[in-house]
Design a protein around this ligand. Sequence first.
Ligand code: ATP
Ligand code: MG
Length: 394
Amino acid sequence: MEKVIIIKYGELSTKSDNIDFFLKTLKDNVRNKLLGIEHEIKYDRGRMIVYTDNIPEAMEKIKLVFGIHEICIGYQYQDKDFALIKENVLRLIKNISFATFKVVAKRSDKNYPGTSIEIAKEIGSHILKGLANKKVIMDNPDLIINVEIRLNDVLIYFNGERGLGGYPVSTLGKGLLMLSGGIDSPVAGYLAIKRGVRIEAIYFDSPPHTSPMALKKVENLARILSKYNGEVRLHVINFTKIQEEIIKNIPNYYLITIMRRMMYQISAILASNINAHIIINGESIGQVASQTLKSMQVINEAIKMPVIRPVCTYDKLEIIDVAKKIGTYETSIEPFEDCCTIFVPDHPVIHPDFKLVKEYESLVDFKTLIYEAIKNRKVIKINEYEEKNYDDLL
Ligand code: ATP
Ligand code: MG
């Protein structure tokens, strides 16, 4: 018998066409998450099993991996003799305090005698005979006893913990997250990661109008996201020159529209360069002038690359709830302003006009500035283990 961690896949097991790819990726993601903890992983299409001497710490880490429906601490036996199974169950539950229970049996070895229900019933009556004052109830028992009779082993485990769900990170490809220091964009990033998208991030920095602390804050947010994503490459774009040109040449009430079109264009070019399929951002319908539907339409028109807005239908309070749950909220509310908040005009246009946008954009040679900004970007690799590692990759 071996004490193990059992991982259940849930939604994943419905992906029959590429299940093997999903499971291999999940295994790699679990392995990366367990860096520094000695362990071994085995899996088949039913379950993934982690062997380690450090179960509590491994459990904590595995809880942050997407693509997992449930995680349970359990026991694996090689001997499938039924009398032995019943004895093993009894021995395991003797030290657990409970009054009510139910047995859930699963028989993936289809040659094993008896149906799942018969197996569960027999184990249940064995328990009732062996232990006094226990009662079987189906709804909400104190203890759920799971017994799985598989091809080459038997798994016994009790009430598990819910995993984060979603898909293993990177099984759905790569996206570029527009990461500001606010509350919304880290949540948007998290939700995209949850659906199997591996992210890189882009941040528009405007020194000296923004403090180095604003960048530090974004790095810290990226570090929190790296717990879910694995290493996050943060592309820091120096946006100062473009912003200054906008302010010098463009009518005040169109500043934000054009600034955001520039951000979109830079993001789209960078996304293509890093083989990302989509851009992700934290826009939410109606939140600010640049997020009216008309504004979104005019801003989005600057690029062809699809933009995914995971929180676009969330209220601010709903976004905050997720931010608190994933641990980004406290960092997001630190008071360092990013480039947008500094350049907000008094009356930004809420129904921007395409024709005017084109006209204003022709006043500045933005194309050159855009390519310059991308070429001069700084790339910071951020993971949850290292404090900081500046690395100019260009
Ligand atoms: P957040 O939306 O993250 O709370 P915010 O409210 O300051 O920050 P908005 O002005 O609402 O940002 O911008 C909408 C979205 O545009 C952000 O969620 C983010 O995805 C992107 N964005 C804004 N500013 C920046 C920036 N300086 N760098 C990268 N992305 C940005
Ligand atoms: Mg916002």
